[in-house]
Design a protein around this ligand. Sequence first.
Ligand SMILES: [Zn+2]
Ligand SMILES: [Zn+2]
Length: 351
Amino acid sequence: MATGVCRSDWHGWRGHDDDIRHYLEKHGDSFVPGHEASGVVVEVGSEVTRIKVGDRVAIPFILSCGNCRECDRKRPTVCEDQNQPGFTMLGTFAEYCALTRADRNLKIIPEGVSFVEAAALGCRFTTAYRAVLQQGQLCEGEDEPSHKKTVAVFGCGGLGLSCVAIASAFGAKRIIAVDVSNNALLKAKELGAIDTVLSTLSTDTEDYDSQNGSVFRNITALTDGVGADLTIDAGGFKQTCLDSVFCCRRGGRMVQVGLPANPPILPMARVAGREITIIGSHGFSSVNDDREVSALDHILDLVKQGKLQPNLLVDREVSLKEGVQELMNMNKSSPIGMVMITTFRDSISKM
Ligand SMILES: [Zn+2]
Ligand SMILES: [Zn+2]
């Protein structure tokens, strides 16, 4: 019913993803991207009991196995045998998609939440949820609960904007958004950023000097010389990564959630001397377990209540055919917010 066009799909299409390369080596020369989707179940496998034909479902983009060491210790985002539509298996840029491990991973969309909202949750919104709340621990800590924490988000594409929206929904005291695009920063303000910092750099320069850069100076000034409690590299560039480390306060937390294609050498003396916690965050996974409310149920509930509005991140809706063009154009200009494929039939009629 709906599937987002994501920069990860563009990377996959360009050949930057090892999983897709392995798939092609094994199964031939064609592939279907797409991993941020929602839809209606039309058929189930013989062992599926929880999910039924006709169910409206949201698809977390990591389909964890439930059998490996990491799943055993409740770390499904780093499942040793994860399936990812659009990466390890055929994806959702299609009228129909076969998904594995449905009972464990698929989530029923509650009444009052649309397919577009459900699709807009994954991967960027749910990835941001994990980065800000689970790995970033925005709401943890007695001395500094969320309403006392300053969050700085570096890189305001779809993922960074989602981080801003989630930090805002969960009561961060102050959110500082950093990007090279004024339009992205305007959108960040709409979603809850209090301060914005325009970074003037637009390339991944080799000799980037964060400590003498304008982003570090601006954020230091905005935080009275302290730095942000939680910094998030949502861009995955050398600058965004280094700025996230340098702008983190003493004893603060830095989350690496953007995937750095070209990672910098980190100032580990600073990390040690200031006791900065650097932590990685990978996607999102939410399994069905009767013993606890899953994170995705929690998110869907917040959407239903209107506390989270992932639809604000949807820039426009397009057809499957137009979506292909959007994918190929992604390197030219990253759209502010998401492009969502919601019409699939135009491509069927031509077959
Ligand atoms: Zn597993
Ligand atoms: Zn994605």
